[in-house]
Design a protein around this ligand. Structure first.
Ligand SMILES: [Zn+2]
Length: 195
């Protein structure tokens, strides 16, 4: 196993099923999965690591032979360095027959590095700024900053709504029809790795 993944803390577990499941083969399979899917995303040298794996459904009654959830785990991990950690928090599924792991929902693992975090926040600010300008009719081009698709804009006295046809984001605000002021609203974004 790669040394980065040698000190993951397993459990504690309440159920006998999960306590028994933590075999050397289980840990080897996890290490191999992380080495293949997570380690290549690390961009900077790291000084140390830490991680935990606990069962998502740890009650004994969730661990019967036909349980669909007993092999789901919550996994948290960080690569530590003084300039900022890489972090991930994800649900993993263990496939006992194949001795293999996957992320729940088959999403790719996404490691939040400092650069990715900064970029994500900057993109969010950029999108909100653009939507603010569209709302004020400043004559800006309504094009998605992330994928360049032409945005769909709904602009009426009571609702202002901008969304990307590729679902990069959705921004909507209710307006006070009396004075056009933005009241409450929502800003959704696609998670990295989502299709
Ligand atoms: Zn887009």
């Amino acid at each position: 196993m790669h040394p980065a993944f040698a000190d993951i803390q397993f459990g504690p577990f309440a159920s006998a099923y999960h306590s028994r499941a933590m075999t050397p083969e289980f840990k080897e399979a996890l290490g191999a999965f992380l080495e293949k899917e997570l380690l290549p995303q690390v961009e900077q040298p790291f000084e140390s690591t830490s991680g935990t794996l606990v069962a998502a459904y740890d009650e004994e009654r969730c661990c019967g032979p036909n349980s669909a959830v007993r092999d789901i785990y919550e996994f948290e991990f960080a690569f530590h360095r003084s300039s900022g950690d890489d972090t991930i928090k994800v649900e993993l599924v263990f496939h006992a027959g194949a001795r293999a792991f996957s992320a729940r929902g088959n999403k790719p693992l996404y490691l939040w590095t400092p650069a990715r975090r900064d970029r994500y926040l900057a993109e969010g600010r950029h999108i909100q700024h653009l939507c603010g300008r569209i709302a004020k009719h400043e004559g800006v081009e309504a094009v998605c900053p992330l994928c360049s698709a032409v945005l769909s804009v709904h602009d009426s006295p009571s609702l202002f709504d901008v969304s990307c046809p590729n679902r990069c984001f959705k921004y909507n605000y209710h307006r006070d029809p009396a004075n056009g002021q933005l009241l409450h609203g929502h800003f959704f974004r696609k998670e990295p790795g989502e299709i």
